[in-house]
Design a protein around this ligand. Structure first.
Ligand code: GLA
Length: 395
């Protein structure tokens, strides 16, 4: 048997076996007079494109009493000619910057601030009656190296200055900020809950930078909701460490108002596990607001190694996404939104993008066709959106 590529293997599994084996001379040990057995797996039938057209305002209106409906966007999606701009205006009432409010964009070199793109995003929101979630003041990525140089006191002064500049500029215009993003370790055997990162090192080998960032943000805008934000909160180990850190911040009077759950999920995720993260925070910290900050549902479950080492990744479906996967995604979206509405601490739900055409998951952890959002590549609303909005629809 020759070495097949991942795409070839997929073809074999999906009924293209005869053509493939003919093409490679009968394959492996088969003699020229003995045709290889033909795999009779029925071909995958891609689902028909959804024909659902939501009414103008239907998405945000459906949850108006519960939470804001947000999307992560880039400035190119706000121009009038962009089809995404129309979807945003029609269906959403909140935006986050996908990456254009991070330090490497706002302050690429020390002492300079470039507000061009963040201003555009905030203006777009205001022009269209949307609120803005600020994302993110402090992260271990997308931050220029100069932030980490010098003594802990110098690092602190620089961080406080950055947070003060950014939060003050949008005081009263950005209703919530992710103050710290992804500060929890993934290591289940770690002896403390904190990520070892450039920030940890620059603080002098501790997590004091978290306090510095929150205190500076509160001083710059007393009314803005200040969030800690984290991924994989559906896993009990990560969730436990997250809660330990939040409890410590709250106990020490650090001004945390809200808990963010990114919710980068996949079609194998159980809604109950994601919702359990919301409940766990509610149980511990009644009164803290919760936001779903980066929701998407990948078509590809991760066997454990794909995100970490880009190995063992599920093969690209290409344009042949099985109908069962699309149904499963729609059912999961429905179960999540039903669960979100039952949890009064949730006041904002943001999808990490608008359409499948512009999702980070087409490139991360590997390049493959993904479709994790609620509008498809042609900006047609997907069955997942219909499942969220129409209880009688069977995806
Ligand atoms: C994380 C970050 C986001 C974004 C995504 C990938 O979830 O919090 O800001 O960078 O990764 O798009």
């Amino acid at each position: 048997m020759p070495n097949f590529t991942a795409r070839d293997r997929l073809k074999l599994l999906t009924g293209g076996a005869a053509a493939l084996l003919t093409g490679c001379g009968g394959g492996g040990g088969a003699s020229s007079t003995t045709p290889p057995p033909v795999v009779v797996t029925p071909p995958v039938t891609p689902p028909p494109a959804s024909d659902f057209v939501p009414e103008v305002g239907q998405f945000r209106t459906a949850f108006a009493g519960n939470f804001e409906i947000g999307a992560a966007i880039q400035d190119n999606q706000t121009v009038d000619s962009a089809v995404d701009a129309q979807i945003l205006k029609d269906q959403f009432n909140s935006i986050s910057a996908e990456f254009q409010m991070k330090p490497e964009i706002i302050a690429p070199t020390e002492g300079t601030f470039d507000w061009t793109i963040p201003d555009t995003l905030v203006q777009f929101a205001e022009d269209n009656d949307m609120v803005v979630r600020g994302h993110a003041l402090l992260w271990h990525l997308a931050t220029p190296d100069y932030f980490f140089q010098g003594t802990p006191a110098e690092v602190r002064a620089r961080l406080e200055n950055y947070v003060t500049e950014v939060v003050s500029r949008y005081r009263g215009r950005i209703f919530a900020w992710d103050v710290v993003n992804e500060v929890i370790t993934d290591d289940d055997s770690a002896t403390d809950p904190y990520r070892r990162s450039n920030w940890w090192d620059a603080s002098g080998g501790n997590a004091d930078y978290i306090d510095w960032a929150f205190n500076a943000a509160r001083a710059a805008d007393p009314d803005c909701l200040l969030f800690i934000n984290e991924y994989s909160t559906r896993f009990s180990g990560k969730r436990g460490r997250y809660i330990d850190v939040i409890r410590d911040l709250v106990d020490r009077g650090i001004p945390v108002d809200g808990v963010g759950h990114q919710m980068h999920l996949n079609v194998d995720t159980q809604a109950s596990s994601a919702l359990a993260a919301i409940d766990a925070v509610d149980d511990e910290f009644m009164g803290l607001v919760q936001h779903v900050t980066e929701l998407d549902i990948s078509l590809y479950p991760d066997p454990g190694s794909c995100f970490e080492t880009q190995t063992g990744c599920r093969a690209d479906y290409g344009s042949n996404v099985p109908a069962s996967v699309i149904s499963r995604q729609a059912e999961l979206y429905r179960a999540l939104f039903n669960g979100f509405t039952e949890r009064s601490s949730i006041t904002s739900v943001t999808t990490w993008g608008v359409s499948d055409a512009q999702s980070w998951l087409n490139d991360v952890p590997i390049t493959r066709t993904n479709a994790p959002l609620l509008w498809d590549r042609d900006r047609q609303a997907k069955s997942a959106l219909q499942a969220i909005l129409d209880p009688d629809f069977t995806p």
